[in-house]
Design a protein around this ligand. Sequence first.
Ligand SMILES: O=c1[nH]cnc2c1ncn2[C@H]1C[C@H](O)[C@@H](COP(=O)(O)OP(=O)(O)O)O1
Length: 208
Amino acid sequence: MAEEKMTRDEALARQGYRHACHVMLYGDSSAKLFGKIPIKHIVLMQMRFDGLLGFPGGLVNPSEETLEAGLSRELHEEVGVAVRVGVDDHMSSCVSSSCPRLITHSYIKKMTEAELKEIERAAVASATDHGLEVLGMVRVPLYFLKKGGGLPYFLSHSFISNSRAQLLSALRHCRLLSQGELKEAVRQAEQMRRTHSYITLAQPHQSC
Ligand SMILES: O=c1[nH]cnc2c1ncn2[C@H]1C[C@H](O)[C@@H](COP(=O)(O)OP(=O)(O)O)O1
């Protein structure tokens, strides 16, 4: 189902909607998998308490705080260090097609490899949500291995709300992969999902 996109201001003017803000933290990497396959970029997502993949962030009440202040607060609880997200980091807002009366706001923030590694350490060592609402940070494999390994396998997992679409559009927006690579990864992932009869993204999730 197509999602209804809008600007940040249009989203804030909507009455009767909840607002969820999530951020893709990412950066360049010089590491090589098995010493030969370039990782190129680190992109962080997380395994949530419900077993679904999603981005760090959460619900924000705009009558109490700005979207970005709320997102920064949620981030601190989930990754254990202060990461300031601003209006300039906003990428898109849309009505979620899988969670009723929810507007999801997507942010992207580029960081250094050292900062991202520190976040991964702090998420385990000092984040209050670790082992509770968040089971762990995960890196998105952006490469392709034989028989669907890498990004296609990753995309065939189950994602909360529209986080899979947010991931794909952020990867496109930041030019971390080409349009052709993204199309091919999605094609292979859909083939795997059909084969394994995974749950469909169109079904509302209980956690909405
Ligand atoms: O990564 C995400 N992208 C888009 N929507 C998301 C994402 N993660 C969750 N959601 C939706 C579905 C959830 O019910 C709401 C609230 O998110 P959550 O992170 O669970 O927020 P709280 O910790 O409950 O504040 O947003």
